[in-house]
Design a protein around this ligand. Structure first.
Ligand code: SF4
Ligand code: SF4
Length: 287
């Protein structure tokens, strides 16, 4: 089974629109939405959820009032202002550090699992989708990405799928590392803007560090000829293949509004270019 991650470094480059377009073209694939902080593939894919599981991302302090003497040690020890003077835990402030449990002389505080979100296995018109919901403000998104990938692998083994197509997160932190670890190819979607070029370089370095092959797709390549040439120069210098360039087209927005992939919009001028890019991606993982 092969795994392809579509990543970007910077949000707003068109990564998810391309991932959706590829999911239209992929045969016998499981789609994994690893952009767990802002998952959005489900909006277009309109999935039917088959399985839901709680995601335990962290711990939260719980006070057993029957043991509490009101000594205030926990209140004084908490550096996150998560305990009131009445010794109540403010859930949204608690970081789960466990200091209050350590300092409590009465052993009145226990750390309980905190449900930070949910993972889902769903069916879509293009096959199975592994995705997740992370509660607002919840952390551990790298750990949640691992869960989404693990579910995608389990589903693909069970259903004899031979490809996992991953929509990755922006940035270069834990969620990206969890997304690219062990994949066969990272497709870095960039655009000719200064910030996107900087982020492309950072993502490429992360991919290189983890031994993951990168290829580049320049989206909206016609919005700034100078910056587009800078991307081409950088890729040439670092021996990174550019598998395609797509011009700016407002059809991308209208496709999203109508909850269709770019390949489902009739007369899309981007379709033939995207099909060529997909063929190059398949060549890269087969080669
Ligand atoms: S676990 Fe840490 S953050 Fe949460 S209430 Fe206790 S000391 Fe404060
Ligand atoms: S440290 Fe323990 S006993 Fe003291 S106020 Fe906190 S919970 Fe109560």
């Amino acid at each position: 089974m092969k795994q392809i991650a579509i990543v970007s470094g910077k949000g707003g480059t068109g990564k998810s629109s391309l991932a959706l377009a590829f999911s239209t073209l992929a045969k016998n694939a499981v789609i994994a939405d690893c952009d767990v902080d802002a998952s959005n593939l489900h909006i277009v894919l309109n999935p039917t959820i088959l399985k839901t599981e709680e995601f335990i991302g962290s711990k939260i302090a719980h006070v057993d009032k029957s043991k509490c003497t009101g000594c205030m040690e926990c209140y004084l020890g908490c550096k996150f202002d998560a305990i009131t003077k009445e010794i109540e835990i403010k859930e949204s402030f608690c970081e789960g550090c466990g200091v209050c449990r350590l300092v409590c002389p009465e052993k009145a505080i226990v750390m309980k699992d905190r449900v930070s979100g949910y993972t889902y296995i769903s069916k879509t018109r293009f096959g199975f989708l592994s995705h997740a919901f992370l509660k607002p403000g919840a952390e551990s998104s790298g750990k949640l990405v691992n869960e989404v990938r693990k579910n995608a692998i389990e589903v693909s083994i069970k259903n004899s799928n031979d490809l996992i197509l991953i929509d990755g997160p922006p940035g270069i932190g834990c969620p990206l590392i969890s997304t690219i670890t062990g994949v066969d190819l990272a497709v870095v979607v960039t655009e000719p803007t200064f910030s996107a070029i900087q982020d492309l370089k950072r993502v490429f370095e992360v991919n290189k560090h983890f031994g993951v092959k990168s290829v580049v797709c320049i989206n909206k390549s016609d919005i700034n000829a100078f910056n587009a040439s800078k991307i081409r120069e950088y890729c040439a210098l670092n021996d990174i293949a550019i598998i395609g360039e797509l011009p700016y087209d407002p059809i991308v927005n209208s496709a999203i509004v109508s909850r269709k992939t770019l390949l489902e919009v009739s007369d899309s001028p981007l379709s033939s270019k995207i099909i060529k890019i997909w063929k190059k991606i398949l060549d890269e993982i087969d080669g």
